[in-house]
Each structure stands twice: as C-alpha cells, then as structure tokens.
Design a binder for this molecule. Structure first.
Ligand code: CTP
Ligand code: CA
Length: 228
C-alpha cells in the first residue's frame, strides 16, 4: 500500500542493480564467498520500482524474496555477474553496484570434489583477480557521456571518507556510497555516506528499506539536474 502511494519520482527510468555476494567455485561442492546479505541492493530495487522505475536486479546467492515487479537474474560468480550486467545495461539510465563482488577467484576449478589423500597434505589454492564490474560499466561510452549514471558502494573498515573519495575517482563514478561501519553485512540497519565531486553528506542510521527510499529520492534529484 505504501508502495502504491509512493511518488513516482523515477517514472520511466530504467535501473540496473547488482546485489549480494558472489560465489567462486573451488570444486563442485566448495567455494569462496562473503557475508553480504543483499539487503541494501534489494531495498533500493524495491524503492525504485515503487517510484515508477523499471528495475532489473542481478543477484548473487542470497536468501531474499524478489521485490514486487522487479526483474531478477540470479548468478553465482563475478564473471557470471559481469556477463548478466553487460547483457542488461544497454537501455539502462542508472547502474547501481551494491554487490560485494569477490575480488579474487580460484585460478582453477576442479571438475570433481577434491579428496583428502590420507597424507595430511593440504591443497594449495592459487587465485586470479576478478573483473571489476563497476569500473567496466563506468568506462563505457554511455557512462562517460552521462547517459548512464553509475553509483558505487564501498564497505571500509577504517578511514571511510578518504577511501570513499579515492574509490569514487578510481572507479570514475559520479556517486560513491560508503557504508558507515561497523559490520553492515547482514544487518537490517545501516548508515550511509554519500560522496560526490562536490563533497559528502551523511544519511543517518535507519532501516535499509528506508535508506533505499532516501537513495531513490537522491537519485531522482540527480537525474533531474543532469542532462539526458
Ligand atoms: N565492484 C565490482 N566488481 C568488483 C569489485 C567491486 O563491481 N570486482 C564494485 C562493488 O559492487 C562496489 C564498488 O565496486 O560498488 C566498490 O567495491 P569495493 O570492494 O569496496 O572496492 P574494490 O575496488 O574491490 O577495492 P577493495 O575491496 O580493495 O577496497
Ligand atoms: Ca573489493
């Protein structure tokens, strides 16, 4: 009902959102992942849909229901997430990267379950770096021309503002949203730091569902101010 009465500030806009962790397989029964719950990304997706946007959500393995009216694509690995994003980003007006993408994946995935051989020896894991989905999208012609507005997220353990400012420039995105610690992963509440070229502003601690609504309002203002 609340969603029904939400002002349609994103009417006609197409949003693409990544959420949750990725899972990088070691063998058919094991892998590497992280504790991201996907709640922030799903909350933004729900709020954007309620605000009249057409929303596609690319989700890593999370235990969350799909928000009403949202198109959801499930993926496991960072490579799959990148492929799904690239297949969907064409018509998007906004790309929001909330996913906690694994920075590295095992260099090799075993076809069969790795077994103990009885000697007590442990397997050695080698890693390779995953593609940076946000940076890849942010370098595209549509993002560079301003037709696609890109938003990054950052979870830092210390010096949030400095890291968020540096990350915004490194990723080349107009808006970087920092999670104000400690340990936001899995929590229902969060506090956010919005960092752009002009400066920074805090969204005080609130339920992620409420922060999703505030971020959508923030986005609507920014899209209205920008050309295209
Ligand atoms: N991101 C991404 N693909 C990756 C890594 C990160 O799309 N392979 C996105 C995240 O979704 C987030 C932003 O980049 O929006 C920042 O992610 P973060 O992990 O904080 O930054 P990294 O560049 O990976 O640096 P580090 O983890 O070393 O702080
Ligand atoms: Ca990272």
């Amino acid at each position: 009902l609340q969603a029904f009465f939400a002002p349609k500030v994103l009417r006609g806009k197409k949003l693409l959102i990544t959420a949750g962790p990725t899972f990088e397989a070691i063998d058919p029964v094991r892998g590497i992942t992280n504790l991201s719950s996907g709640k922030m990304g799903f909350a933004i997706a729900a709020a954007a849909q309620a605000a009249g946007a057409e929303v596609t959500l690319v989700a890593g393995p999370v235990h969350l229901p799909t928000p009403r009216g949202v198109q959801r694509i499930n993926v496991q690995s960072a490579q799959q997430m990148l492929a799904a994003v690239q297949s969907q980003v064409g018509p998007a007006d906004v790309f929001i990267a909330t996913a906690a993408v694994a920075d590295w994946r095992p260099a090799n995935t075993a076809d069969q379950k790795i077994k103990k051989d009885g000697s007590g020896e442990v397997p050695a894991l080698a890693f390779v770096e995953n593609p940076d989905i946000l940076a890849t999208v942010a370098q595209s012609a549509r993002a560079q021309s301003g037709a696609l507005y890109c938003v990054g997220f950052a979870a830092e353990s210390h010096d949030l503002l400095q890291h968020a400012m540096a990350k915004r420039l490194r990723k080349d995105v107009p808006l970087l949203v920092g999670n104000i610690g400690p340990a936001t992963f899995g929590q229902d509440d969060n506090a956010l730091l919005l960092v752009d070229a002009q400066g920074h502003r805090e969204l005080p601690r609130a339920p992620k569902t409420e922060l999703g609504v505030q971020l959508v309002q923030e986005l609507a203002r920014r899209l209205a101010a920008a050309p295209g």
